[in-house]
Design a protein around this ligand. Sequence first.
Ligand code: NAD
Length: 360
Amino acid sequence: DSTSSSSSRLVIPPHTGFKKVLVTGGAGFIGSNVAEQLLARGDHVVIVDEMNDYYDVRIKEANLSRLVRLASNNHDPDSLKIYRGDICDEGFMLDLFERERPEWICHMAARAGVRPSIQDPYVYIHSNIRGTTHLMELAHRFGVKNFVFASSSSVYGGCKSTFFSEEENVDNPVSPYAASKKACELLAYTYHHLYNLNVSGLRFFTVYGPNGRPDMAPFKFIDRVARGMELQQFGDGSSSRDYTYIADIVDGILRSIDRPYPYQVFNLGKGSGTSLKEFISIVEKHVGQSAIIKLMPDQPGDVPYTCADVSKAYELLGYKAEVTFDEGIRRTVDWYMNEYGKSGGSKVEPETQANGMGRA
Ligand code: NAD
């Protein structure tokens, strides 16, 4: 077995045999990337996704098409199953579990987005809290070996500190979205306590990369600079956030799937921050165009610097983000230019949120 020490990286034993993993939200940004890596290493993947229109559904359809192509290259027709439906639908989900009997769950389905959750809290309570409870109930009833789910850095929203460790008290969530993720963590503890379910909650810090969500700052910044549209810079540009490249997040998720713990919460971030000013200049460099910046006053409640302490994920999972922000943006811009070109494209949703550096 692998060993852990503070100086050497934990080595996860080579993957043997295949796992059957239920990936909820598998048509979404992070879920489809996890599914892709699971298929690539020979696991069997069952996807459930309701294909909601929080952002353009064609992006999710394209994600699923990529997976179908990959599975057909594997020449194993059983390696990918796709179900369209709501994880809260009890009959549908029971039927899915009876048919598929997944032993691992990677639960990525949720209504994401901090600001929209203030406008419409009920949909967040439905998908995030009710949906997660329902899955945990099924996980316990069907003897699932490991339940890994997406929490979020937004649970740190009400915290005074800026370098977030899992030890931090996160009892003051400042949006319905953050409260729903905190609720999932509490329920996870309860299901572990009652039924010994192995469950790990992963607090992602703003994830970006190719096929990234169009409602999030990295996509929007690239899109606006490429299209010569105005970009809002709040404050003096020195505020800084932790951004994580999609491949690093997927690596952390796979490590967590492969290494069940009775109950754990992990930060998955890059472990260092990027200031808004740096962010914009890196985007300008890779797009090859200057940003048109509109200076805006600091937003009330904005914190100057937030960053993930990823030492626990390093110690217990061997997780360490490898992709620098500069390299991650370069890859994302390459993808964007291929997909949309400089004039933007029909897949890009009209903006529904302020153009800030919100968490997801
Ligand atoms: P996403 O919106 O691209 O993917 C979520 C998917 O879940 C969507 O395809 C959606 O249709 C599906 N879904 C939502 N509710 C559902 C339901 N009730 N039943 C079935 N399917 C449902 O979002 P993402 O960025 O891939 O995020 C994945 C997870 O990570 C989410 O739980 C999100 O809250 C969390 N997260 C993401 C980030 C980030 O930066 N992207 C940061 C922190 C946490």
